[in-house]
Design a binder for this molecule. Structure first.
Ligand SMILES: [Zn+2]
Length: 465
């Protein structure tokens, strides 16, 4: 059977670091990039006798994600110890949630795919990090105890492309919710993929393989595509798919067997004796505010008259969206300015710290008053973004204002007519489209700063129209 006769079944598990200031069970900082092992204490080092104390902010963020995705929020959930040995886990267990997670069910809206169901969202602590250096491996425990939510998706995805779209939508939603920074490179948003294949039209799932170590959207697609082909080929050859964990080697573009997949009961989960069950009051749940999600913002923008393409660009880029919103001139004009001019400046460098989005409205006002042309308006906005200067100041300093003063314009108009007697004759003889030529000549004399409307009117008047 060719690959097309098989249906891939994909479910993603995402670990997202919560944006709390301190760790989930102690007061250590969660800031990224500090010197190794400088943000640790007896609790997150797992020293004997140290007791965990729960960070309320982590619970609130998990509830916010749960509410946003329509999960059932458990008013009582329990902490469990997930036992395994790894050098970056000095306690020998990770505090997680197993039988009773804080959120169950729900779904993530994905553009073009509808809603992708969730099994659960649970809270847990992160492990430390092994740093593989030249002379051996080192352990950095700064990350140990950083709060995570694990978002377990249902196996409802049917292609590598769909998996990548789901991840992008989930990441953006978490950023909008303010619970995660979406930084794949720093590992604060990590994804494992469960992949299996089955003959099309059958209901029974094939044996699934877990893919780890995927840290970009491109790698997600590549790793899953490779794995689908590998599994189909193996089945074709009459081999059995082994349930195992495989690492994606992005340099080689292949997945490699890491270990045979452990079953949940290999972890010997048991209730965490140092923490009471987590009770979440209805007051807490009601008090957690859920901001608008990306698909809601998209609707809002298109309703305000923004084109679908511009709305998508703004929704996908929170920096652009913020500038659009702060410009306080909602609608397609500001959206176009942000999507074009602001994005162009952002691509080259950064927007100046003292840039005020109010400048956008100021540029529009100058243009509407005829002080500057539309071409100059773009230039002024670009300059304002790069230097942080106000639009009016730029126009003044660079002498960009259009010449609308009738005396000055009249002198130029007279000069143009005087040096083109032939064209004047033809115009008077009926070749009215020469008006554009005259205005063009005057614009040249004025170095592009003439007010075209005023020039048009003056020429007509002088030529007796
Ligand atoms: Zn600590």
């Amino acid at each position: 059977m060719p690959v097309s006769d098989f249906e891939p079944v994909i479910g993603l598990e995402v670990h997202a670091q919560l944006l709390t200031k301190t760790k989930i069970f102690c007061g250590c900082s969660t800031a990224f990039g500090a010197p190794p092992n400088s943000q640790v204490c007896p609790t997150c080092l797992g020293l004997p006798g140290a007791l965990p104390a729960l960070n309320r902010a982590a619970v609130e963020m998990a509830v916010r994600a749960g509410k946003a995705f329509g999960c059932r929020i458990a008013t009582r959930s329990i902490w469990a110890r997930k036992n395994y040995f790894y050098p970056d886990l000095p306690k020998g267990y990770q505090i997680s949630q197993y039988e009773l997670p804080i959120c169950a069910g729900g779904a993530v809206p994905v553009p073009g795919l509808g809603k992708i169901g969730l099994e659960r969202i649970h809270l847990e602590e992160d492990a430390g990090k092994n740093v593989h250096a030249e002379h051996g491996s080192l352990v950095d425990l700064n990350r140990s105890g950083v709060p995570l939510i694990e978002i377990v998706g249902k196996p409802e995805l049917r292609s590598a492309e769909a998996a990548s779209e789901y991840l992008k939508a989930l990441r953006l939603a978490l950023i909008y919710l303010g619970v995660n920074d979406g930084n794949l490179e720093e590992g604060s948003f990590r994804c494992d993929a469960n992949v299996s294949v089955r003959p099309r039209g059958t209901a029974k799932f094939g044996t699934r393989v877990e893919l780890k170590n995927i840290n970009s959207f491109r790698f997600v697609r590549q790793a899953i595509e490779y794995e689908i082909e590998r599994q189909v080929e193996a089945i074709e050859k009459g081999e059995k798919i082994r349930q195992e964990t495989r690492l994606f080697d992005h340099a080689a573009g292949v997945t490699r067997a890491m270990r045979s997949k452990e079953e949940a009961n290999d972890y010997r989960y048991f209730p965490e004796p140092d923490l009471p069950p987590l009770t979440v009051s209805q007051d807490l749940i009601d008090g957690v505010r859920v901001p608008k999600l990306p698909h809601e913002v998209l609707d809002e923008l298109t309703h305000a008259g923004v084109s679908p393409a511009d709305a998508r660009t703004l929704t996908d880029n929170v920096d652009l969206l913020r500038i659009y919103r702060d410009s306080s001139v909602p609608g397609s004009r500001a959206a176009q300015a942000v999507v074009n001019e602001v994005a162009r400046v952002l691509k080259e460098s950064a927007v100046h710290a003292s840039f005020s989005p109010g400048s956008i409205a100021e540029v529009f006002a100058l243009q509407d008053a005829g002080t500057i042309s539309s071409t100059v308006a773009k230039e002024v906005l670009g300059e304002s973004l790069r230097t942080g200067k106000a639009a009016r100041q730029i126009v003044q300093e660079k002498g960009l204002a259009q010449v609308s003063d009738s005396g000055a314009l009249e002198a130029v108009v007279d000069a143009v007519l005087a040096r083109n007697p032939g064209e004047v004759e033809k115009y008077k003889g009926g070749k009215k489209n020469l008006l554009g030529f005259f205005v063009g000549q005057a614009m040249k004399d004025l170095k592009g700063k003439g007010n075209p409307g005023a020039l048009n009117a003056l020429f007509k008047q002088k030529l007796g129209d």
